[in-house]
Design a protein around this ligand. Structure first.
Ligand SMILES: Cc1cc2nc3c(=O)[nH]c(=O)nc-3n(C[C@H](O)[C@H](O)[C@H](O)COP(=O)(O)OP(=O)(O)OC[C@H]3O[C@@H](n4cnc5c(N)ncnc54)[C@H](O)[C@@H]3O)c2cc1C
Length: 556
């Protein structure tokens, strides 16, 4: 099919390399050229932090393919060090600048896969030699050389997204006294705040303090310090900025291609730009979020690879649709893992959806089998029908497995009812007979039906700040209660409740909580059975309350 089509791909890494090779698999006769302005094609940018950390010892393993391999296996002509800087859409040619000087390359179909580039910090001292970013192999080489030669002892990582977190860990593991500075109130701002706080706690426990809600004013190279927006100074032999990325759009803009409302290149569901002969894929485009239906930018490798495949297919005459992204992501934070898929509570709110959220803290596998680790899992679901909207998890084991299951569930449009019935693999070393996903779904369903209404920690905080404060019933054991509890809470252990429920007023709303939510659910059902009508329990219990933060706590 489409023999002889001249296909030009701009950008030779995730989306571009995939597009070029897929194109060859579709058409043996196409003339395929891949342009890459950098010195490497098809390299593993996701692996760069792990080389700095020392997990990946062999630099060459990051360079996935060579131009020679593209030529011999795929008959794709790779032009390295070659930058596309103008598109003449009328004449269908791209003006490029490379080792052979400037010239025009003709195309029948063009695929733009130019990615994104890190937002430059733009502040005094940011061009000093000890200031770095990490986006390409060349960035990594420069950083690795600096670490080797200068032996820095302290590092400041500016930006608490996943690259910043991975790099903070890498520096700390190389023995640098490392601090993370994040302008937002929590790190990993795509997740709900309590997960950002869990991540920050893990970093702090691993010797990496996290400063949130504060920016950087300047880098002072001579003093080897970073000055924060509140005037504080941090020692910084090395500074790494990782404050977000923006799509590479100069070429597309100059060519008059339409840009979408989020600032990404506009494409339709076939990944066609506003010019029917130009397709685009990867970090530079905006796509539809599969759950919210909103336009979003999802600068992640999975979507980039799959979009590259679809763009090439359509450019060569097939008809594949891109059905949108879920934003599924996972990040390693020392011994812990954080992951999410779909909408957070925050994103569900911004999308104007009516939603509920449930949190469970359960062991990743049967508690009686050695090595069980507590896993925090949050499901966000639509009200009133319980359709799954998103999930987030944090823990030391089993996190990514749950999130991958839930990403699949989102893709399939499953509801809490479906998740409650999900027949997942079980043996004690792997899970529990009721997986945390099943349990979270049960709790969500109990909430939706009114069988056992729940309240989230953030909603409880709002309630406690309001005029009509609920009675807080803490059903943990007295010794635990004494260590730390909500100020003003009543303590009746769950097993004493049938004897002592007379101490509770019947005309007030009662919010019950325990450590994780299970005993509070039992207590809540007990009270309902005893005629109390205004009862809810705190989902995720005291653990979620601590993760949420901002509560007035007391100890006796
Ligand atoms: C350090 C790091 C870690 C990451 N870790 C993860 C991870 O764990 N999981 C995950 O999902 N994602 C991760 N990502 C993000 C992921 O790598 C990107 O989403 C993905 O590479 C995007 O693919 P892309 O093809 O759109 O762009 P890129 O892979 O960035 O490729 C675009 C290429 O186009 C070239 N180019 C741009 N303009 C021109 C031009 N005019 N002419 C010629 N060439 C041009 C650029 O030089 C670049 O090489 C990470 C990224 C980095 C940097």
């Amino acid at each position: 099919m489409q023999d002889g089509t001249r296909l030009l791909v701009v950008g030779g890494v995730a989306a571009g390399a995939t597009a070029a090779t897929r194109a060859r698999r579709i058409s043996e006769g196409a003339e395929i050229t891949l342009l890459e302005r950098g010195p490497h094609v098809s390299y593993a940018n996701c692996g760069l932090p792990y080389f700095i950390a020392g997990d990946i010892a062999n630099r060459a393993s990051l360079l996935l393919q060579t131009p020679e391999w593209f030529e011999s296996r795929y008959r794709v002509k790779v032009l390295l060090g070659t930058e596309a800087f103008a598109i003449d859409r009328g004449a269908k040619r791209v003006r490029v600048r490379g080792p052979e000087g400037e010239r025009d390359l003709p195309y029948d179909k063009l695929i733009l896969a130019q990615g994104a580039s890190p937002v430059p910090p733009g502040l005094p001292g940011a061009d000093a030699p000890q200031v770095f970013r990490l986006w390409t192999v060349s960035d990594m080489d420069r950083l690795a050389l600096h670490l080797e030669r200068e032996r820095p002892r302290s590092a400041v990582v500016v930006g608490g997204g996943f690259v910043g977190l991975e790099m903070a860990e890498a520096f700390a593991r190389r023995g640098l006294a490392t601090t993370v500075v994040e302008l937002l109130p929590t790190v990993m701002g795509t997740m709900d705040p309590e997960f950002g706080r869990c991540i920050a706690r893990e970093l702090a426990a691993s010797g990496v303090p996290v400063l949130t809600g504060v920016g950087v004013r300047a880098v002072h190279p001579a003093e080897r310090a970073v000055e924060l927006s509140d005037g504080r100074r941090l020692p910084a032999d090395l500074v790494l900025f990782s404050v977000g990325v923006r799509p590479e759009l100069e070429l597309a803009r100059k060519a008059g291609l339409a840009i979408g409302p989020t600032g990404g290149l506009l494409v339709d569901d076939r990944l066609r730009t506003s010019d029917p002969d130009i397709y685009a894929a990867g970090d530079m485009v905006e796509v539809v979020h599969r759950v919210s239906g909103r336009k979003v930018r999802v600068p992640l490798a999975g979507p980039a690879n799959r979009q590259g495949r679809i763009a090439a297919s359509n450019a060569l005459g097939l008809d594949l649709r891109y059905r949108g992204a879920l934003g599924t992501m996972v990040v390693k934070v020392f011994g812990a893992t954080a992951a999410m898929t779909g909408l957070s509570e925050k994103a569900a709110g911004e999308a104007g959806l009516e939603f509920g959220a449930v949190v469970v803290h359960r062991d990743d596998h049967a508690s009686y089998f050695p090595g069980a680790q507590e896993l925090s899992l949050k499901l966000v679901y639509r009200r009133p029908d319980g359709k799954l909207l998103g999930a987030q998890a944090f823990g030391r084991a089993g996190v990514e497995k749950r999130i991958d299951v839930l990403a699949t569930a989102l893709q399939a449009g499953l509801s809490l009812e479906d998740l409650a019935e999900l027949d997942l693999a079980y043996a004690p070393p792997y899970s529990s007979a009721n997986d945390p996903i099943n349990l979270a779904a049960f709790a969500g369903l109990n909430d939706l039906s009114g069988f056992s209404p729940l309240v989230t920690a953030s909603a409880l905080k709002r309630e406690l700040a309001g005029a009509d404060r609920p009675i807080i019933l803490d059903v943990r054991l007295p010794a635990v209660f004494e260590q730390s509890h909500l100020r003003g809470a009543l303590n009746i252990p769950v097993d004493a409740l049938r004897q002592r429920y007379g101490e509770l007023p019947r005309d007030r709303r009662i919010v019950v909580h325990c450590r994780v939510g299970w005993n509070a659910h039992i207590a809540s059902r007990m009270l309902q059975g005893l005629g109390f009508s205004r009862v809810a329990y705190l989902t995720g219990g005291f653990l979620s309350l601590l993760a949420e933060g901002g509560f007035d706590l007391a100890s006796s």
